[in-house]
Design a binder for this molecule. Structure first.
Ligand SMILES: NC(=O)N[C@@H](CC(=O)O)C(=O)O
Length: 447
């Protein structure tokens, strides 16, 4: 039985107030609505209703690294953060480089039911950077893969990158590049600069990112393909993207919440929660990324949710893993870094975290609150301010850089396909969500 839910008095991203009637998995009506008999009412006075958030960059770790995260637990983290669609990166074991693996991830996501899980396919076999993976087979599989990435590794061979761009343009796919020149970053541990010299850690120069982006926008222009750049982290990268867009090159770019709020100074603590790829950069870089979000040079915000077990983080800096969890905290970080500072409004947040990532990833029908659309809705309370706590995390790993930090706003409700996955701040139990998902797919099949 799919619920009928009446959300009352919500503030839409543009600022107007509306009730939202949800039934049979879709948004039925917006406006001033009388409660239908037997419906559940959610009082959304003071809450912002956003189209369900879409993350183009999530590491779910299944298959292969289930001690860090699974498709189920990562989807629960997504629900806690207001996400209703997540794109699962390919650096699993086995790598998502065949139709079999992407279909497995797709099925696990459908069974869990917390979010639409769209697998990303690897660009190269085994992420080894030597031969193209089965791109066509993944694109034409049940998972209908549209985004391909070796994220965690850079596709550094120019000819392979060119071939990959050519291949995916035949079905309007996109290559999401992890821009990191491997030779310039051998054994690198943090941003290269005076602080890395002071701390005695091997530096990671900005040019290692910027030079790959420069090469790839030129390749994308040459073959007329679509290119997406993952996790931009430097002011120079922004300049290259700005130049490429002015030239009409089909490039889109993302920034992560952590690169919009945190700086390299945190590395002074040698606390490996702040170790991430690409590394935290300087104040100037953070300000340049924020400005690029505000002026549209950067298209989207993506979490790069990268769970790691405690033993990979509670160790000395050099041997710790790169990565931070980010799904649960993303919207609060975005509010703190961009909305509270008046750089963007909620309409922009809806675009940056829902409509545009959906468009880049080829997710049809996502990204808007309108009658007839699938009822993927996030209700966020912007009025709160609280210390981010381990109890705010819903995934398997706790490697969040925000623990103990004051953040604005909190996600109260998440609806996916018309049923609740987060109810008044609490993740709805797995068996309840799975049953709602099953009921929804049976209804779709007309059973
Ligand atoms: N972003 C990260 O710091 N880590 C990512 C992959 C990566 O290195 O980009 C991961 O999979 O752990």
């Amino acid at each position: 039985m799919i619920d009928t839910i009446l959300i009352t008095g919500a503030t839409l991203p543009g600022g107007s107030q509306s009730d939202i009637l949800v039934a049979g998995g879709v948004i039925r009506e917006l406006g001033s609505i009388a409660a239908p008999a037997g419906s559940r009412r959610i009082d959304a006075a003071g809450l912002v209703a956003l189209p369900g958030l879409v993350d183009l960059h999530t590491h779910l770790r299944e298959p292969g690294f289930e001690q860090s995260e699974t498709v189920l637990t990562g989807s629960q983290a997504a629900a806690a953060g207001g996400f209703t669609s997540i794109f699962a990166m390919a650096n699993t074991l086995p790598v998502a480089d065949t139709a079999g693996v992407v279909e497995q991830v797709l099925s696990l996501g459908q069974q869990a039911g917390y979010a639409t899980v769209r697998p990303i396919g690897a660009v190269t076999r085994g992420l080894l950077g030597e031969q193209l993976s089965e791109i066509g087979a993944m694109a034409h599989s049940r998972a209908a893969v549209r985004v391909f990435s070796d994220d965690g590794k850079c596709v550094h061979d120019s000819l392979l990158m060119r071939r990959a761009l050519e291949y995916v343009s035949s079905f309007d796919g996109v290559i999401a590049q992890h821009a990191q020149d491997p030779r310039l970053t051998e054994a690198a541990q943090m941003n290269e600069g005076s602080l890395s010299s002071e701390l005695g850690l091997k530096g990671w120069p900005a040019v290692a990112e910027e030079s790959i982006i420069a090469r790839d926008v030129l390749l994308a222009e040459h073959v007329g393909a679509r290119l997406h750049i993952c996790h931009l982290s430097t002011a120079g990268s922004v300049e290259v993207i700005r130049w490429a867009k002015a030239r009409g090159i089909r490039v889109t770019a993302e920034a992560t919440p952590h690169h919009l709020l945190l700086t390299e100074d945190l590395v002074r603590s040698y606390d490996a929660r702040y170790k991430v790829n690409p590394p935290l950069r300087r104040d100037e870089d953070v300000l340049a990324l924020r400005a690029a979000i505000a002026d549209g040079t950067i298209d989207i915000i993506a979490t790069d949710h990268a769970p790691h077990p405690s033993e990979s983080k509670e160790c000395e800096w050099d041997s710790a893993a790169f990565g931070m969890v980010g799904l649960e905290s993303a919207l609060s970080v975005v509010q703190t870094a961009l909305v509270d500072t008046n750089l963007v409004g909620w309409n922009d947040v809806a675009r940056l975290l829902s409509a545009t990532p959906a468009a880049i990833g080829g997710l049809i029908g996502a990204g808007a609150i309108r009658a007839g659309a699938a009822a993927d809705i996030t209700l966020h309370d912007p009025s709160t301010s609280s210390v981010f706590d381990v109890t705010d995390l819903a995934g398997k790993s706790v490697n969040s850089p925000y623990l103990g930090r004051q953040l604005s706003g909190s996600v109260r409700y998440t609806l996916h396909n018309g049923y609740l996955t987060l109810d008044d701040g609490l993740v709805v139990p797995a068996e309840v969500v799975a049953a709602s998902a099953r009921a929804g797919s049976q209804m779709e099949m007309g059973e």
